[in-house]
Ligand binder design. Sequence first.
Ligand SMILES: C[S@@+](CC[C@H](N)C(=O)[O-])C[C@H]1O[C@@H](n2cnc3c(N)ncnc32)[C@H](O)[C@@H]1O
Length: 398
Amino acid sequence: MPRPRRYQLRKEAVAIVERGHPWIFREQLSSAAHVFAGGDLLRLVDGTNRVVGHGIYEAEGAIAIRIVRRGPDAPDAAWLRDRLAASLARRRPLAARTDAIRLVHGESDDLPAIVVDRFADTLVISSYSAGTDARARYLARLLPSLGAAPTGADGDASVVGPATHVVLRPAHRRRGVVEAPRVMRGEPPAIVRFREDDLDYAVDLAGGQKTGTYLDLRGLRRELAEMALGGARVLNLFAYSGMLGLAAERAGAAAIVQVDASERALAFAAAHHVRDPARHRFVVADAFAWIEALAPGEHFDLIIVDPPSMTSKKAQVPNALAAYRRLYRAAAAHVAPGGAVVAACCTSRIERPVFHRTVRESLGPTFTRERELPPEADHPVAFPQADYLKIALWRRAT
Ligand SMILES: C[S@@+](CC[C@H](N)C(=O)[O-])C[C@H]1O[C@@H](n2cnc3c(N)ncnc32)[C@H](O)[C@@H]1O
């Protein structure tokens, strides 16, 4: 590990570290921070030279320092192994249901800027900061040994799995060279199959979004698979690889229309997430234009609306909310009486109450919020900004 550089925090930033929040924002830094380079490990001290924690300096973006470890000790290998063991232990109950698990969820698992996803025998390890690339590499070497030993002894085989393939995705350096994913162990196949509850899914590792698929939507897939959808017409907007469509098919839906702008994603959906082709229709289109052009008499018993985040910056929030209004107004006109809308939002920049209010106002008074889905156990929410995913079911009166 590199030798940390000393940095004296302002009082307000000390309070942030002591409250347990994992980020110090750029406006909370003193001018002395300008000497640091992105990825530098900092020993953070208060006005009395007491070490309050260690953090990584980020050269760009709103987050200026990611707190890695609080207290006087540096984040060494033993600390990293302990953090990883705690993350894996938290996921043990999930391993009984699925072999696709987010093993490490960054800051909310006390492992900032590192995400580890398991898809059956393949691990995808991503680092989101130049300062955590070395830690991610270390985990890439450590995890296969934990997967090789039984759970509860020196390892966590049921959670980690065989780790036959390990891929490392180092941080994307905005100004420097973009590093390609590195195979650390056994070249992975382009498509990996996994099981979740009693359904078989596949992930497009070679060209997929996120780290391959949306593990955070597991609860929604289960909810759909268990809904009374016998004979129902379902519209899946922003369908990506059609996993929600397969869950709806399992629940008995008779017609499932899936819309996405990505031809590749829908081709993957048709190839891997369809059991009865007669029940599915795939439409490559802009979802906004498509639903607004839908014939007035077309009704669905369930419409799923899961748009992309649309907010890489705070300034984009008003436009994203306007886009939501457009979508939910259009969707409301095509829900059959007694039918429902699943409203999903995957950005923490739109806060939960704002999201619900926007959906309520756009759907209109005939809809009531029936319930919200909690986050999945492998996507813990340890601080306000980690509460990014909102999923609610809205019911239209009969
Ligand atoms: C959050 S993901 C949806 C994940 C999906 N619900 C699932 O179950 O995996 C958003 C999707 O929206 C698609 N997309 C983005 N903009 C779009 C647009 N204007 N019209 C249709 N699809 C769009 C992307 O290709 C991506 O697949």
